[in-house]
Write a protein that binds this ligand. Structure first.
Ligand SMILES: Cc1cc2nc3c(=O)[nH]c(=O)nc-3n(C[C@H](O)[C@H](O)[C@H](O)COP(=O)(O)OP(=O)(O)OC[C@H]3O[C@@H](n4cnc5c(N)ncnc54)[C@H](O)[C@@H]3O)c2cc1C
Length: 462
């Protein structure tokens, strides 16, 4: 136990008795994320302000206590798990939207704001915050920044990184750092803001965020294209991109994910289809009408049946079905290996073919879906990890998938990060010199290695 009575009392003095706990039931509540791995912290604390975070970090630094920042714990790679125990610093009570500035199209928020709440709030001002991970209804903006979350709209609007103008964060020794700008441009000094985005809670604890907003589009139109051939669906994605069309979402679901989602929420999905694409466009009434017509024609030419959502409730049902895939997958097996590879968009047909071949070769239960418009395919293997033979086969399949992804000039993670689950693969993509540079950055920010230790890089002594 790293939390002595004295340390507990010191932290209690900072945050108050209602904002920390060492009760077992509380500790267990903050011991897991969506990887289903469990590491129990020694103390859970809910800071109320940047100053709280800073004061707690000063104690942690002096006492050499590991601290793991945590949002909603929806991360897919173990980033928020306290693998060395210590303090779980849960940011969800720092959840104020401080400013929505309609003149300058920016917002200032605390990290514990739930992304979906923020999206809905800015909509009231006629504004739009595009990053929308499928977990938007429960994940936090702080967690989204730390993982550089993507989502369906990334194909047109980019990812979280593209909307972060500045951050406040607390270094492991308690210093408060402010980076970035409130202007549309800014190039003074190194871009520390972008370094923090995607740093998986290993460099600093994000305490304040300045976000860029866009005017809300006038109209949104959504359609579903139903394919009897996975290959045709994949070719259609490439064709859409090649022809210069930019829908705001091109989501792909294979048959296994269609069946799963349909079982879970009964949305009337075509369970006999080999694949479906959910396509969404936004813009003016005229431009969306034209784009939907072009997309429809392209899909029909590739033998798809097309259904355009006629009402907002039909649109909502389509997205509900898409978002139901992840939680519904456990109908296949108790465990999931969940990868989020990305390939150049022109290579999507090759990747879809590879997944099909691998599925046939191994006999494993594989489910693939995802933000195919930007080449990001969520590739899941459902299995019982206690079945040694099945587990080893699955690990080999992941290895083969990653090798093929890199062969196609892709990347092994588009949005979930490395955390602990992908550590052993990072050297496939990142070279020795680049890894050394990254570890040197970590050492500069966190010389005592107390902030989210043991994440991203495998331990090797340097
Ligand atoms: C059903 C489901 C669907 C999902 N869909 C998507 C998707 O479409 N796109 C996508 O990108 N991801 C998706 N995810 C993954 C996950 O939701 C995202 O990674 C999300 O950004 C994590 O946010 P969180 O608040 O839950 O963070 P957590 O899981 O609590 O933490 C994630 C990481 O961020 C760090 N962190 C959290 N808060 C802070 C902070 N204030 N300062 C510094 N570090 C911090 C943690 O240490 C950890 O390393 C999905 C997950 C689920 C379960």
């Amino acid at each position: 136990m790293k939390i002595t009575n004295k340390i507990f009392k010191e932290i209690e003095k900072i945050v108050g008795g209602k904002n920390l706990s060492i009760d077992k039931e509380d500790l267990y509540c903050y011991s897991y994320d969506s990887t289903a791995k469990t590491f129990v912290p020694d103390l859970v604390v809910f800071p109320q302000s940047e100053e709280d975070v800073s004061e707690i970090m000063k104690i942690a630094s002096k006492e050499m206590i590991p601290v793991v920042p945590r949002g909603s714990g929806s991360g897919a790679t173990g980033g928020s798990l306290p693998i060395e125990g210590g303090i779980a610093m849960v940011m969800t009570r720092m959840n104020k939207i401080n400013v929505i500035d309609t003149d300058n199209l920016i917002a200032k928020v605390e990290p514990g704001v739930v992304t979906g709440n923020f999206q809905r709030e800015v909509e009231k001002y006629g504004l739009f915050y595009p990053p929308d991970p499928s977990s938007a209804d429960f994940s936090t903006l702080g967690g989204n920044l730390a993982e550089c979350a993507g989502g369906p709209k990334a194909v047109k609007y980019g990812v979280t990184r593209d909307y972060v103008l500045g951050v406040s964060f607390v270094l492991p020794d308690g210093k408060i750092i402010k980076t970035g700008v409130e202007t549309a441009k800014g190039v003074v000094g190194y871009d520390l803001t972008k370094l923090i985005v995607g740093s998986e809670g290993t460099l600093g604890i994000i305490t304040g965020i300045t976000l860029k907003l866009l005017p809300a589009p006038e109209t949104v139109k959504t359609m579903m294209a139903i394919f009897n051939s996975m290959e045709k669906a994949a070719e259609t994605i490439s064709e859409i991109i090649r022809n210069g069309l930019v829908p705001r979402a091109i989501e792909y679901m294979d048959n296994a994910s269609i069946v799963c989602a349909e079982n879970y929420i009964k949305a009337g999905l075509p369970v006999e289809a080999e694949a479906i694409l959910i396509l969404e466009v936004d813009g003016t009434e005229t431009s969306t009408k034209r784009e939907i017509k072009e997309l429809k024609e392209m899909c029909i030419k590739n033998s798809a049946t097309v259904k355009v959502a006629k009402t907002s409730s039909e649109t909502k049902d389509l997205w509900k079905a898409r978002k139901a895939i992840s939680p519904s997958l456990f109908m296949y097996a108790p465990h999931k290996i969940n990868e989020d590879i990305v390939v150049p968009r022109s290579k999507i047909p090759l990747m879809v073919k590879k997944i099909k071949e691998l599925k046939e070769k191994t006999g494993l239960t594989m489910v693939s879906f995802g933000h195919a418009g930007d080449g990001n395919i969520h590739f899941n293997i459902m299995l019982d990890k206690n079945n040694r033979e099945e587990f080893e086969k699955a690990e080999k399949a992941v290895d083969e998938m990653f090798d093929y992804t890199l062969f196609l000039n892709g990347t092994i993670s588009g949005e979930h990060g490395i955390g602990i689950t992908k550590q052993k693969y990072i050297s496939k993509e990142i070279g020795k010199d680049e890894t050394f540079l990254m570890k040197s950055i970590k050492k500069t920010f966190d010389p005592k290695n107390i902030l989210n230790p043991g994440k991203i890089f495998e331990l090797d002594g340097d």
